[in-house]
Design a protein around this ligand. Structure first.
Ligand code: SF4
Ligand code: SF4
Length: 206
C-alpha cells in the first residue's frame, strides 16, 4: 500500500484533521489528506478513489459536519464498497448522532472517540498496532503526503449550495462556478464581500 491512512473529513473540521496529521507525522505513519475538497462537477475524482484504494486504513472523522458533507459521504461510501469493512475506522470528534444512511456502513465497526481515545496517545497507539508499526520512531521524519496545500485566505467549504451569490459580488472575478464554488487565491484581494453575502455561511477565512 502506498499510504497507511486515508483521512476522510469535512473541511470544517480542519483543525482536528491538522492535529491528527501532526500526530501521524510524529509517529511515522504515512497518510493522504485532500486539502482542496472535491471541486467542480459531481464526479468523484480518480485521485481520491486511487488514494482510498492505496491506503491501508480509512480514518473517518465522524462529526455533524462530516455527516452533512456530501463529499465525505461519497468517500465513505466508496471505501465501504471497495475495501474490507475492518479497514474503515470512524473517529468521533463531537457528540453528534450517526445519521441513518451511514448506520449500515458502520454497523459492525468499532468506534473510537476523541474523549476516550485522545489523538496523541490512545488513537496513535491503536493505529500503530493495527498497522503493525511496533514503536514510535525516536526522530520520525514527517511522513505527510499532501494533495494540494490549502493556502491562507478565503476558502469555500462543502456547505456551498451553489447559489452563485458570491460570484456576482466578487470585484475581481476570483470565484468560479461548480457544484461547490471555488476561489482562485491568486486573484482574490481578500475584500471579504463574498463571505458577507453567502446565505449558507460556506465561505471561511483561514
Ligand atoms: S474575498 Fe473579495 S476578492 Fe476574494 S473571492 Fe471574496 S469577493 Fe472576491
Ligand atoms: S454564496 Fe455561498 S452558497 Fe452561494 S455559491 Fe457562493 S459559497 Fe456557495
Amino acid at each position: 500500500m502506498k499510504y497507511d491512512i486515508f483521512i476522510s473529513y469535512s473541511r470544517k473540521d480542519t483543525m482536528v484533521a491538522d492535529a491528527i496529521c501532526k500526530a501521524l507525522d510524529r509517529n511515522g505513519i504515512t497518510y493522504f489528506i485532500d486539502r482542496k475538497g472535491i471541486c467542480g462537477g459531481a464526479e468523484f475524482p480518480a485521485v481520491l478513489a486511487d488514494a482510498i484504494i492505496d491506503s491501508e486504513l480509512v480514518l473517518f472523522l465522524a462529526s455533524r459536519n462530516s455527516y452533512e458533507s456530501r463529499f465525505t459521504n461519497k468517500e465513505i461510501t466508496f471505501a465501504f464498497n471497495e475495501k474490507p469493512g475492518n479497514s474503515i475506522i470512524p473517529y468521533i470528534i463531537d457528540g453528534s448522532q450517526l445519521p441513518r444512511n451511514l448506520r449500515l456502513v458502520f454497523a459492525d465497526i468499532n468506534w473510537r472517540n476523541i474523549t476516550e481515545h485522545p489523538i496523541d496517545t490512545v488513537l496513535m497507539d491503536d493505529l500503530r498496532t493495527i498497522l503493525h508499526i511496533d514503536a514510535k520512531p525516536a526522530n520520525a521524519a514527517p511522513a505527510k503526503v499532501d494533495y494540494g496545500i490549502l493556502p491562507s485566505g478565503y476558502f469555500i467549504t462543502d456547505s456551498c449550495i451553489g447559489c452563485g451569490t458570491c460570484q456576482a459580488e466578487c470585484p475581481v472575478e476570483a470565484i468560479s462556478e461548480g457544484e461547490i464554488y471555488s476561489i482562485d487565491c491568486d486573484t482574490c484581494i481578500e475584500c471579504g464581500s463574498c463571505e458577507m453575502v453567502c446565505p449558507a455561511e460556506a465561505i471561511i477565512r483561514r
